[in-house]
Design a protein around this ligand. Structure first.
Ligand SMILES: NC(=O)c1ccc[n+]([C@@H]2O[C@H](COP(=O)([O-])OP(=O)(O)OC[C@H]3O[C@@H](n4cnc5c(N)ncnc54)[C@H](O)[C@@H]3O)[C@@H](O)[C@H]2O)c1
Length: 344
């Protein structure tokens, strides 16, 4: 098989490319480099510069590279930005996905993995979020992920495409420093950024109904997440866990006519509070200044922790790396990209 990896020069995409090429899968990357970085990819990885909204380019690319499966990661992903620019998020995340699926159907490609998000669930009042927990996204970003899943499943049924929607929880860490997340929208780099400026980390709300009052999240190492993509790709292709006893794509299928579509949480199934995380960051960085408690941010769920059983059952995949490893590897990446932090 040859896998088209859209957004392959991004933080998660580059890890997916690394995991897939590392096990001998053939890939081609499509990226518009709006946030992607070429240096994240090994020089021998074929890269096409362009947008997933460009149907003509997609059709040519699929033909020229003999693409037989797609892992679609390219998207805008900032919650706040999506509230300010919903039209851009719907146009690019949904319009781009529709164009990509058109090209996939036209090329007769029958395997499709979609980057979804725990943002599809919104703020459910449950201890563990299962794939059957009702979806109620709280912002346009989450809406585009949920509508994206609908589109993927509908196109899959209509055109005979086997699909997998992976709902990632809080992604962190790096397999190598050069692959690290360079943005500061997620909590770990956000804390590193504060420390690098000589400022105390912030906790937004310490009066939530959680053991220490701060929000609880499920953190997943990006290298484990990349392995989950590999497992999903192989399951769809019929070359991986799908062939193993106990692994069954239809277990994750939605709807009575399912069988070819899988929707699965990708998390560790363990909650870590923001206060605990900041304590761990202090141990790893050696900067243990006390956190400032600030007001709650609107829209933050007190707790968002995945039920991780379906991924284990269906993909034969479980996260192996813990939160300390995420913080340590993220810190190594941060130091490489922010030499001033090392000098402090
Ligand atoms: N990082 C997280 O915590 C997280 C959590 C849940 C889901 N996701 C999803 O995972 C995917 C990847 O996220 P990431 O953190 O690696 O983000 P990223 O911004 O690092 O990567 C996105 C990549 O897609 C490319 N891209 C964007 N729009 C494009 C377009 N129209 N055509 C071609 N390329 C385009 C960018 O240049 C970039 O390389 C996204 O779909 C995101 O919504 C991320």
């Amino acid at each position: 098989m040859t896998w088209l990896i859209t957004g392959g020069a991004g933080y998660i995409g580059a890890h997916v490319v690394r995991a897939m090429t590392g096990t001998g899968e053939r890939v081609v990357v499509l990226d518009d480099f709006s946030t992607g970085v070429r240096e994240r990819l090994a020089p021998e990885v074929p890269v096409v510069r362009g947008s997933v909204s460009d149907e003509g380019l997609l059709k040519r690319l699929c033909l020229e590279h003999g693409v037989t499966g797609v892992v679609h990661l390219a998207a805008h992903k900032q919650v706040g930005e999506s509230v300010e620019q919903p039209l851009r998020y719907y146009r690019d995340n949904i319009g781009g996905l529709a164009a990509l699926l058109e090209a996939v159907a036209a090329a007769g490609i029958t395997r499709f993995v979609f980057s979804s998000s725990a943002a599809v669930y919104g703020n459910p009042d449950v201890n563990l979020i299962t794939e059957d927990t009702p979806c109620a996204p709280m912002n346009p970003y989450g809406e585009t992920k949920l509508a994206g899943e609908w589109l993927v499943r509908a196109a899959g049924r209509a055109h005979g495409i086997r699909t997998a929607c992976l709902r990632y929880f809080n992604v962190a860490g790096a397999a190598e420093p050069r692959l690290a997340d360079t943005g500061v929208s997620n909590v770990i780099p956000m804390v590193f950024d504060r420390l690098t400026r000589g400022e105390a980390p912030r906790i937004f709300g310490a009066d939530y109904p959680t053991p220490d009052g701060s929000c609880v999240r499920d953190y997943i190492h990006v290298a484990d997440l990349a392995d989950a993509h590999l497992a999903a790709a192989r399951l769809l292709a019929g070359t991986g866990a799908g062939d193993a006893p106990g692994a069954d794509l239809s277990r994750g299928a939605h709807g009575a006519d399912g069988g070819g579509d899988l929707t699965v949480n990708i998390g560790r199934g363990e909650g870590v509070s923001v206060r605990e995380l900041i304590g761990l960051i202090g141990e790893v960085t050696g900067d243990t200044r006390p956190a400032l408690v600030e007001a709650r941010r609107p829209g933050d769920a007190p707790r968002a922790v995945a039920a991780a059983d379906r991924a284990a059952e269906v993909l034969g995949w479980r996260a192996r790396r813990g939160v300390r490893e995420m913080v340590e590897s993220a810190w190594q990446g941060w130091l490489q990209h922010h030499p001033q932090a090392a000098a402090r």
